[in-house]
Structures are given as structure tokens and as C-alpha cells.
Ligand binder design. Sequence first.
Ligand SMILES: [Cu+2]
Length: 354
Amino acid sequence: MDLEKFVDPLPLMETIRPIRTGKNGDYYEVRMEEFMQKLHRDLPETRLWGYEGQYPGPLFDVNQGEPIEVKWMNRLPDKHFLPVDKSIHEVAYEPEVRTVVHLHGSETKSESDGYPEAWFTKDFEEVGPFFKREVYRYPNHQRGATLWYHDHAMGITRLNMYAGLAGMYIIRDRKEKSLNLPKGKDEIPLIIQDRTFNEDGSLFYPSRPPNPSDNLPNPSITPFFLGDTIVVNGKVWPYVEIEPRKYRIRILNASNTRAYQLYLDSGQPFYQIGSDGGLLQRSVKMKTIAIEPAERVDFIVDFSQMQRETVTLKNNLGPNADPNDKTDDILQFRVTKPLASGLTPVFWTITLLN
Ligand SMILES: [Cu+2]
């Protein structure tokens, strides 16, 4: 599909609110559901699976030292809409739609870790051999960092992920708060994924690897699959209108296979301040940033000297090898908004911590 780039505004993830405060900390409930969502101006709605009816899932924004509990609930149909290979991992006799949630990067006890065989079906009717509890507990005792949650069910993780089951989870700590980093609307979380679409808007995932041998079952697992279209926060190649100021940008690569090497076409550097485990000891000036699947980067870009300019976040990994590959573009920043009141944070240029 040939979709025009930069025609849809970037959506921002909704921050999820707890249902109540309990003796074990704030308590959340999250339903996994099937729904339709429009991912591009010229694309019919796409069938997706997501948390709380959202793709990507809602943003968890929590503080260090404040544990939370989450009840992840499966409300999905009992048939998968992507091709399931039943010949692997002895899943032939298991229910087709299984889910379990892993909070990636979290220091969590095993019963809340989302083991692949701790899966469960709709309303916990059936559960896998390692299933221990319905309500997961996240201690959030580690330092501030960008984590993420995603499906992890044995044998179908790639399909559940591709269907939309992923979201971001931010832990904040005191040290970070003391650093005068851009925050609020000046902090932009981005989830980057690659997808391939059919003409009718549905997601394409191959049912067999290219050139399969005759004895392969159909469907047959295709572990290495690259989508030809970039989706950021649930929109295809979006743009975002910003002010001439410094922005903190957190990126999660939630693609199944695709790695990226990011750069800005304006030639501006990134000031990387964090990665998977949290803030770095000091900021590092980077011309390009490489990010593999499941990795997170946290950086600052200074747009403060720009007026009515457009800067594109680009990728130079992949498109080099294939001239037809359109994944050289990720997202467009448009410095079109007037500078709102408030000072641009000064701080960070060289030293961040210690
Ligand atoms: Cu993971």
C-alpha cells in the first residue's frame, strides 16, 4: 500500500488512572479487547487487539517506591485474526487465544512476571501450567526508567504483539525530578512499530515464510517479518506540531523484528539522557541513535532556535538495502506553534547527574 506520509497528527497516549487505592497500592484493571481504529487518513479502519480499547495501550506513569497492582483481563474473541501455527511449542490442544502480560524491564516477582506459560484465556476460564495469580503486583522500587508491557503468551507472542498488545510504562524518581528536564507537554513518549496493511485496512502478517518447503504446515511460523509502513503511537507516519523549545523524547521500539538507526534531517544532534535502565550518568551528544526491538531511548532535542521549520525523524537502517523500502521516515516535527509562556529549561547541556 502506498500511503501518503505526514498527513495525520501524532496521537498522545492516554495516561491510565487507578480504579482505587488499596493497602497494596493503587489498583488498576486493564481489559484486552478487539476493536477497530483508523491508523491513516486514507486507510479504512483496522481490526486490532489492545489494552482498554487503545492502540497502543494506555500509558502507565508511576513513581518509584509506590507499588501498584494490575488485573490484566482477557476479553478477546476466542479466534485469532492472524495466522496461528499450531505445530510449535505443543500448543495444538491449547485454546487458540491465550494472553499474558510481561512488564519488560521491571524488577518483579516471578508470579507477576508474565511467564509465557502463565497464559490465561477470556475471564480466566483456562490457564497455562505456570499461571499463579489474576492480579499482578509491580513494586516499582527500581530507579526511574522507561519500561513497557506487552503480550508474552507461549507460541503466539509475535501475533498478539502485532495485533496491538503493547504499551509504555514510565517510572519516575526524585533524582530525575530534581533535574529540571522538559516535562508535561514538553515530554513526548513515542512507540515506533512497523506494520504492513492490506487494501481494506486490515493488518497483513504472512501465514508462511517465503519459499516454504512442502512439509511445512500452513499456517507456519514466520518469525522474521518486516512491515513496510511505520506506525508511531498508532498512526502511520504522523506529524506533530511543536513550539520552538527543548523537548524530551522517549522512544520505545515495539516492532517485532525491525531495528532502526535514527537521525534528524536537520543535522541536529540528540542529547541522549537515558536508555533501558534509566538515566545515564551524563548526557551524550549523538548524531544517530540505534534502537533494536524492545529497547528504549530517552533524549532531548533543542528546537528553540527554529521558526516555522520542519524536521523529520529519519531511519537509515533497512532503506539502505532496499531502494523500495519507505521506512526511511518515522515522524515529522513541525515547529509551528508560538512559544507559550514559561522558560525553556536551561540545565542539561553537558552534565546531568552527580
Ligand atoms: Cu519484552
